[in-house]
Design a protein around this ligand. Structure first.
Ligand code: NDP
Length: 281
């Protein structure tokens, strides 16, 4: 029987750091991990995943744009993946896929552990309502934030996220144009992929920020530059990108596949040293 195989599926995927991270975790635990990046379009994704399973695939990460499609393909999911309606971690159980979402816990571990933030009682602004936003929202609520305001380019997607959280009054959607009426926030999270497209400047009201505001971009490398530049210009004293989240969500996936919790600081430091080259999960 061939060795168990692992992979990350996405499009684009060529610059993914996930194989490097999983391999580093494996080395630290004395395991040789066969983990590859597999490019698949939305039309190809389901068939590519089945072919992977037939070829010994037992675990996979899923990134942009397949997280919601992966959720739909799972026979069972964890409750956090169910609340998110999006899956970034797959585990083969018999002939079926079991899905989890480790994005949220990855972000919360990075915020509370590496950056020492206390999330309890915070007002949080979440920009975006795609797969990443859906993954982080339940974890932020579970971490004790006071209120989550969700804003998205397509407002109906923000409304759908709010409905999925089932916490009326605590999770609220707002329009971009009405953001200045929301006052300032203690935490602002960019969960959009806007910086990957055209016209990627962030034109947000400065009134969202006070000197205590922390700004986090789930993107990292070049893709985090526009939002973090806006945050710093607006007066945020504490702002950082999503590299720590990337490493923490990967550690959570590794633990689920191999039953061991990897230490994350070494690979985080190594990747941070190459930061300018990083463009995708
Ligand atoms: P999705 O494709 O599911 O969602 C994209 C989101 O960005 C949607 O809310 C979309 O709005 C919004 N958006 C796209 N273009 C623009 C624009 N020009 N202006 C305003 N909003 C825009 O992607 P994901 O949610 O999976 O990922 C979002 C980002 O987070 C990605 O760049 C990804 O790399 C990063 N990420 C980082 C992780 C980490 O570990 N650090 C983990 C997961 C994601 P609309 O609904 O209107 O299309």
């Amino acid at each position: 029987m061939s060795a168990p195989r692992y992979a990350v599926f996405g499009q684009p995927i060529a610059h993914s750091q996930s194989p490097r991270i999983q391999s580093a975790f494996g080395k630290a635990h004395g395991i040789e991990v066969d983990y590859r990046a597999i490019e698949a379009s939305p039309e190809e994704f389901a068939a590519a995943l089945e072919a992977f399973a037939a070829d010994g695939g037992v675990g996979a990460n899923v990134t942009l744009p397949h997280k919601e499609a992966a959720f739909a393909l799972c026979a069972t999911t964890t409750s956090r993946a169910h609340r998110a309606g999006a899956v970034n971690t797959l585990l083969r159980k018999g002939e079926r896929w079991h899905g989890d979402n480790t994005d949220g816990i990855g972000l919360v571990r990075d915020l509370t552990g590496r950056h020492g933030l206390d999330l309890r009682g915070r007002r949080v602004l979440l920009l975006g309502a795609g797969g990443a936003a859906r993954g982080v929202a339940p974890a932020l609520l579970d971490a004790g934030i006071l209120e989550l305001i969700v804003v998205n380019r397509s407002p109906e997607r923000a409304d759908a996220l709010v409905d999925a959280m089932s916490e009326p009054g605590r999770v609220i959607s707002a329009y971009w144009d009405a953001l200045r009426e929301q006052g300032d926030f203690e935490l602002i999270i960019n969960a959009t992929s806007a910086a990957r497209g055209e016209g990627n400047g962030f034109n947000l009201p400065l009134s969202l920020v006070n000197s205590m505001t922390t700004a986090v971009d789930l993107n990292y490398g070049e893709a985090s530059i526009p939002f973090l530049a806006w945050a710093r210009a607006a007066g945020c004293r504490n702002s950082f990108d999503g590299l720590g989240m990337l490493v923490e969500q990967a550690a959570e996936s590794f633990q689920q596949w191999h039953g061991m919790r990897p230490e994350t600081d070494a690979i985080y430091t190594e990747l941070r040293g190459r930061d300018a080259l990083l463009v995708t999960a």
